[in-house]
Design a protein. Structure first.
Length: 463
């Protein structure tokens, strides 16, 4: 099994010595392996340095941002289930920072959201803690700060990286893994048809590079490649296709799907992950990229190049956008019995504050920090009934827990669709269930940065 990013830097990969399993390994372009303090009695397993960095998306597109370990995306962090990791974070940026471990089940004090009680790391300061990863799968880490009107800060910037938690057994039915992060840059607010202000972007990248400017993903005929795709965009849903190929989706948000399905394209809302196997059985040079032409034209694409193939990269424009969650849910005969649950009703809406003004987002008529704090009883199963009365789709994220999607996109009674982010379509109701199995303050929010900044957050607390 070999891990790589599309634009990997061969030399930096060779320099990596995995002194022990689970150590930070950086595999993206220009990756730097920062050893623990040399000579220190206990070197950290994962060392993150937050510092200013310039992303060279193309020779003409240099983006000044803040990143982890001098690379975008940040280093690939591999951990093993149940094996304790020491994390050390140095903040060499000019702003207080916090690192959220998205999809892990950590104590609130280190989960990485100040709303849960994780301390911010002041400029020039460091943090050090240990964590024990549970449940294998494709997770990620990212900043969890406020951007407001500054569309270079928080998730608009370069602070995101992959986490892969390896299970005790690895089925290994693939030849190699490739990690891809979708991102949008250079945003500014523009008034939409609805009168609301929405961010629009100049540049879109995969692993920090615009289409044609990164290293291709190099494959051989007959390879089975496991793609781990993360949408780290601050606000945008993305649609991804690989011309000449299809995706066998094996996991959503790192959790194995109940039903393996082959898809012509993938849809990823902000913070969602899709893991999919691609059979490399169609030699050539192909584009993996955004299906919508204007987004691909802004740079969101990467080349998949077969050994020995040459010529112009090929892209076939799909005619329509196709995706639904329910195809990956359990087949009817495999559904487990229903369990008792308590309902938590949540109504999402926005408060229009006049043309050209940012709207305020509300849950049950209140904006964070004034939102309700529902109290959870440990061990109880809860159903979040999310009634989205707004005109926007929202990628809703629950920290520190996995939920099961039960109702979405008009489909009811779904089982086996386990996620930590779900895109709730406009003017619809979605329902998810989770077991309150991780006491501590738990943030629930829309993952769209401008929406969370405008109050679309609430905290659950345990009795
Ligand atoms: Cu939202």
């Amino acid at each position: 099994m070999e891990a790589a990013c599309g634009n990997r830097n061969q030399e930096s990969v060779l320099k990596i010595t995995r002194r022990r399993f689970g150590q930070l390994s950086g595999l993206a372009a220009g990756s730097v392996l920062l050893p623990g303090r040399v000579g220190a009695a206990t070197a950290a397993d994962v060392l993150l340095e937050i510092a200013p960095y310039t992303v060279e998306a193309s020779p003409k597109h240099h983006i000044r941002t803040v990143a982890y370990n001098g690379q975008v995306p940040g280093p690939l962090v591999r951990m093993r289930q149940g094996q304790e990791q020491t994390i050390e974070i140095h903040n060499r940026s000019g702003d207080p920072e916090v690192v959220h471990w998205h999809g892990l089940f950590l104590p609130s004090e280190i989960d990485g959201a100040m709303e849960e009680g994780t301390p911010m790391i002041a400029p020039g300061a460091s943090a050090r803690y240990t964590l024990k990863p549970d449940l294998p799968g494709f997770r990620w880490f990212h900043t969890h700060t406020f951007a407001g009107k500054n569309l270079t800060k928080a998730q608009y910037g370069g602070q995101h990286g992959f986490v892969l938690i390896e299970g005790r057994d690895n089925p290994g039915a693939y030849d190699r893994e490739v990690f891809l992060a979708l991102h949008d840059w250079g945003g500014h607010f523009e008034g939409g048809d609805d009168g609301f202000m929405n961010p629009v972007y100049d540049v879109s990248t995969i692993n920090g590079k615009m289409l044609g400017f990164g290293e291709p993903v190099r494959v051989k005929q007959g390879d089975r490649v496991l793609l781990h795709i993360l949408n780290s965009s601050p606000t945008e849903v993305h649609w991804i296709a690989l011309s000449g190929h299809s995706f066998q989706v094996v996991a959503l948000d790192g959790n194995a799907v109940a039903q393996l399905r082959t898809a012509a394209m993938l849809r990823l809302a902000p913070a969602e992950r899709v893991s999919a196997i691609v059979d490399m059985s169609n030699p050539g040079v192909w584009v993996l990229g955004e299906v919508r032409k204007h987004v691909q034209a802004a740079g969101m694409g990467i080349l998949i190049e077969y050994a020995g193939a040459g010529g112009k990269p090929l892209w076939t424009q799909p005619k329509s956008l196709v995706w639904n969650y329910r195809q990956f849910a359990a087949p009817v005969e495999a559904k487990p019995a229903e369990e008792a649950f308590a309902r938590i009703e949540l109504v999402f809406d926005s408060k229009f504050q006049g043309h050209g003004n940012e709207e305020l987002w509300q849950i049950n008529g209140k904006s964070y920090p004034h939102t309700d704090e529902p109290v959870l009883n440990a061990g109880q199963r809860y159903r979040l009934v999310m009634k989205n009365q707004s005109m926007d789709d929202h990628p809703m994220h629950l920290h520190r827990h996995t939920f099961e999607v039960r109702t979405i996109e008009g489909a009811d009674g779904l089982r086996g669709l386990r996620k930590d982010v779900v895109l709730v379509p406009a003017k619809s109701t979605a329902e998810v269930e989770f077991v309150a199995n991780n006491p501590g303050r738990t943030l629930f929010h829309c993952h769209q940065q401008d929406h969370m900044d405008r109050g679309f957050m609430m905290v659950f607390r345990y009795a």
